[in-house]
Ligand binder design. Structure first.
Ligand code: MN
Length: 701
C-alpha cells in the first residue's frame, strides 16, 4: 500500500525539499483530521487522499496541488473551516481545497445531453484555477478505481456521471490517459455484461493479434532502420469502451475493429515525423483519404500527430500515429503535460497565468495552422467565464450572462414569469429581484398575478430578453395610463364649463384632432396625460368662446389613488402623504408630480406657471406605502438606534434610509426615511418616538 514515504521518494525527482516538507505537513494534518474514519474498502480514510496525491504526482503537479489533494476532503468530512486551512497552509491551498469541495456540492443526476454539457461547463466555470479541476479529476479517478466496493445503485450513478461529465472534461483538456481509464471503469460499472463480453473477445483474439502486432512492429522498425531514423515503435491496444463505442456508433462488427492494428511511432523532432511518414508510405501502401496532418493543424484539444492508414503486404490495415515525445506527453496528459514539462518554472508564478500560457500556446498553434479557433473560444469560456449557470427549482439549468439578475432569470424562464415577478428565493433565501446571480445557485421566482414590471428594473437587467419585454410592457402601460389620466384632466377642465367630453360638439373635436395631426381622441388624451398639452387650454378650445366658465369654488380637486405608477410620481422634495394637502405639477412628457401645498418648490411654480399646477385630492382608499423623511436629535446612548428601529417596526413602519447628519459628544442628528401609510400613521409614529427617553427633538422634513 502507498505510504507517505513512497510519495516523498517520488516527489524527490522533481520538487525541492522545502516543497516536499510542505506536502508532508499537509499529509500529517489530513491524517490527524481523518483519524478514525474508514473507506468502504476498510482502509483508513487517509489512503484515499494519498492515492489522489499519487495520481497527481504521475502528472508532476506542483506542491500546492498535492497539498490540496491531501486535504481535499477535510472541509467536507472533518469540519475544518476554510479560514483554518488558510491559516495553516496559506490562501492558495485553502482556495484549491474549497474549489474542490464546491464541485462536490454540484448535484449531478442523469440528464439530457444538453444538460450534461451545461454541467460540464458549469463545473469548469466555477473554477478560477485549473488545478482545482485536475485535483477533482484525480479524486474521481481514485474513486472509480475503488468503485466495486459501492452498492450497485450508487455504482451506476457514479459511473454514469463519470462517463457523461468527467470523461468529456478529461477529453477536452486533452488528458487521454485519464479519459481512457474513466471510460473503461465506467463501462464496466454501467454495462458489466457487455464489457465482459468484449473483454473476453479481446482476450480470445489476443494470441493471434500479438503475433501479428510483433511481426508488423518488426517490419516498421526495419523500414525506419533502412532510412536511418531512430524511433520508438509502440503497438497500440484499443480500450474496451472505444471498441464498444465504435461498434455502436459506426455499426462495425467486433472483427472489423479488431482487424485493424495500431502503432505509435515516437521521434525526437517535428521534421523527423514527416521523414517517418515518407518512409512508411514508401514501404507500405497508404490507403487514400486516410492521411491526416494534425501536426500542422492540431485537433481542437491541442492534440498533435500525423495519422495514416497503410496496407501491409498481407493486406491487413495498419494505423500509424507519428509524433514527437512532447506531442506524446501532450496527447496522454493534455493540460497536465504543462506541469510535466514545466515543473521547474519560476516558483510561485500564478497558476492563472500558467493556464493562460497553456491556452496561449494552443492559440498560437491553431493560428499558425489557420484553423478555426472554436475550441479556444470554448475553453476560454470555460476557464474565464462570461456565463453563469443557474438551476430552476426543477433542476434544469439556464445559462445566463455574468451579472444577470433575478429579473433576467425570471424572463429567461418565461415572459409571463418576468412580467409578474415580485421576489426571488435564491438557494432558499428570500432576496430582492435586483440580486446578481452566481454560478450554481437554485433560483425560484415568486410571482403575483397583478404584479407588473418596474421601470427601475431597466437599471440592472442585462439580458436583451428582459430589457425588450420590460420596455414593451411599459410602453403599452404608459399609453393606457396617459390616456386615462388625460381623460380625467380634460373632464376636470371641462367641468368648469359644466360639460363633459361627451357633450362636446363633434365638429370642434374633429377639427382639433385634424389641426394637431391626431388620429384619434385617445391620441389627444394621451398628449394631455403626458403633460404635453394643458387640459384647461384644450378645454377652452373645444368648448369655444360660447362656453361659460363657472366659479372656481365649485371645481372639485381631482382624486389620486396613490398607486398610479408611471404618470403620477411623488415629489422627493416634500414627500406628500395621504392626508396632506397636495398640488399636482404637470411636466411635459412626465405626467403629474404630486407635491405638498406648502412645498417651497411649488410656491414658486404656482407664482410662475400657474397653468401647470393642478388641484389634487386623495382618493378614499389609498393603500400604497409612502416615504416620510424625519430629522431626529438623539442622545448618544448605547442602543439608541436599536430602540428606534424596534419602535418603528412595532408601529408598522420600516427604515428605508438612514443618514448621520451631525455627531457631537452628547447628541447625534440623523435623517431617516421611513415607510408609512398616511398622515395619521405618521402622526402616531412621531408621537411614539417623541416619548422615547433619548429622543431630544423630532421633526418631519
Ligand atoms: Mn475524495
Amino acid at each position: 500500500m502507498a505510504s507517505i514515504h513512497n510519495l516523498v521518494k517520488r516527489l524527490q525527482s522533481y520538487l525541492d525539499d522545502d516543497q516536499i516538507a510542505e506536502v508532508v505537513r499537509a499529509y500529517d494534518f489530513a491524517e490527524k483530521s481523518h483519524e478514525g474514519q474508514y473507506r468502504r474498502t476498510g482502509d483508513p480514510y487517509i489512503t484515499h487522499p494519498l492515492a489522489v496525491a499519487n495520481i497527481l504526482t504521475d502528472m508532476h503537479m506542483d506542491y500546492e496541488s498535492l497539498m490540496a489533494a491531501l486535504l481535499h476532503d477535510v472541509l467536507e468530512d472533518c469540519g475544518v473551516g476554510k479560514e483554518r486551512l488558510a491559516e495553516l497552509f496559506g490562501n492558495e491551498v485553502a482556495e484549491l481545497v474549497d474549489g474542490v469541495s464546491k464541485i462536490a456540492q454540484i448535484k449531478f443526476e442523469s440528464k439530457a445531453e444538453q444538460q450534461a454539457e451545461n454541467l460540464r461547463k458549469m463545473m469548469l466555470a466555477m473554477t478560477r484555477d485549473i488545478r482545482v479541476i485536475l485535483v477533482k479529476l484525480a479524486d474521481r479517478l481514485h474513486n472509480m478505481r475503488t468503485l466495486h466496493i459501492m452498492p450497485a445503485a450508487k455504482r451506476r450513478r457514479i459511473a454514469l456521471e463519470t462517463l457523461e461529465i468527467y470523461a468529456p472534461i478529461a477529453n477536452r483538456l486533452g488528458m487521454y490517459n485519464v479519459r481512457v481509464e474513466y471510460e473503461d471503469l465506467g463501462f464496466y460499472a454501467m454495462y458489466p455484461m457487455r464489457a465482459q463480453r468484449i473483454a473476453n473477445a479481446v482476450k480470445g483474439a489476443r494470441g493471434h493479434r500479438k503475433e501479428m502486432l510483433n511481426t508488423m512492429k518488426a517490419s516498421i522498425e526495419y523500414c525506419l532502420e533502412q532510412e536511418g531514423i531512430e524511433a520508438r515503435v509502440i503497438g497500440r491496444e484499443k480500450h474496451l469502451y472505444s471498441i464498444y463505442a465504435k461498434m455502436k456508433e459506426q455499426k462495425k462488427s467486433f472483427s472489423d475493429i479488431m482487424d485493424v492494428y495500431g502503432f505509435r511511432i515516437v521521434v525526437d523532432r517535428v521534421d523527423t515525423c514527416y521523414r517517418v511518414l515518407g518512409a512508411v508510405h514508401n514501404y507500405f501502401t497508404p490507403i487514400p483519404g486516410r492521411f491526416k496532418d494534425y501536426v500542422a493543424i492540431p485537433k481542437a484539444n491541442g492534440y498533435q500527430s500525423l495519422h495514416s492508414t497503410l496496407k501491409a503486404r498481407s493486406g491487413i490495415p495498419l494505423e500509424v500515429q507519428i509524433r514527437t515525445e512532447e506531442m506524446d506527453a501532450m496527447a496522454n496528459n493534455g493540460i497536465a503535460a504543462h506541469w510535466l514539462y514545466k515543473a521547474d518554472d519560476e516558483p510561485g508564478s500564478p497558476t492563472h497565468t500558467r493556464a493562460q500560457a497553456w491556452m496561449g500556446r494552443l492559440m498560437e498553434m491553431q493560428q499558425k495552422a489557420g484553423n478555426s479557433i472554436e475550441f479556444i473560444e470554448n475553453v476560454k469560456v470555460d476557464l474565464f467565464p462570461d456565463e453563469v449557470y443557474i438551476f430552476t427549482p426543477k433542476g434544469l439549468i439556464k445559462e445566463m450572462p455574468v451579472g444577470a439578475s433575478a429579473v433576467d432569470f425570471a424572463y429567461a424562464v418565461h415572459t409571463k414569469v418576468g412580467n409578474n415577478c415580485v421576489a426571488a428565493r435564491i438557494d432558499g433565501k428570500l432576496m430582492p429581484l435586483s440580486t446578481t446571480l452566481e454560478n450554481g445557485q437554485t433560483v425560484r421566482i415568486i410571482t403575483a398575478p397583478n404584479a407588473a414590471p418596474n421601470p427601475a428594473w431597466l437599471n440592472f437587467v442585462v439580458t436583451g430578453k428582459a430589457r425588450t419585454n420590460i420596455r414593451h410592457f411599459l410602453k403599452t402601460q404608459r399609453r393606457e395610463e396617459s390616456v386615462g389620466l388625460g381623460e380625467r384632466l380634460l373632464e376636470k377642465a371641462l367641468s368648469s364649463y359644466s360639460m363633459g367630453i361627451n357633450d362636446l360638439p363633434l365638429e370642434r373635436v374633429v377639427s382639433e384632432l385634424g389641426a394637431n395631426g391626431y388620429l384619434s381622441v385617445d391620441d389627444l388624451l394621451e398628449d394631455i396625460g403626458l403633460g404635453n398639452r394643458l387640459a384647461p387650454l384644450v378645454a377652452r378650445k373645444l368648448v369655444g368662446e360660447s362656453g361659460e366658465r363657472q366659479h372656481a369654488e365649485e371645481r372639485k380637486p381631482m382624486a389620486i389613488l396613490g398607486t398610479e405608477g408611471l404618470l403620477v410620481a411623488y415629489a422627493k422634495c416634500c414627500r406628500p402623504l395621504p392626508g396632506d394637502f397636495v398640488i399636482g405639477h404637470l411636466s411635459a412628457g412626465r405626467g403629474i408630480v404630486v407635491h405638498r401645498d406648502n412645498c417651497k418648490n411649488m410656491l414658486t411654480e404656482l407664482k410662475n406657471n400657474p397653468e401647470k399646477c393642478i388641484a389634487l385630492g386623495w382618493a378614499e382608499n389609498v393603500s400604497q406605502e409612502f416615504s416620510a423623511a424625519l430629522r431626529l436629535e438623539l442622545m448618544n446612548r448605547k442602543g439608541v438606534l436599536a430602540t428606534l428601529a424596534t419602535n418603528l417596526s412595532e408601529s408598522g413602519s420600516n427604515i428605508e434610509t438612514i443618514d448621520m447628519a451631525e455627531k457631537e459628544a452628547a447628541l447625534t442628528v440623523i435623517n431617516v426615511t421611513i415607510s408609512v401609510r398616511d398622515r395619521v400613521h405618521l402622526a402616531r409614529i412621531m408621537r411614539r418616538l417623541r416619548n422615547l427617553e433619548n429622543v431630544v427633538r423630532l421633526q418631519r422634513l
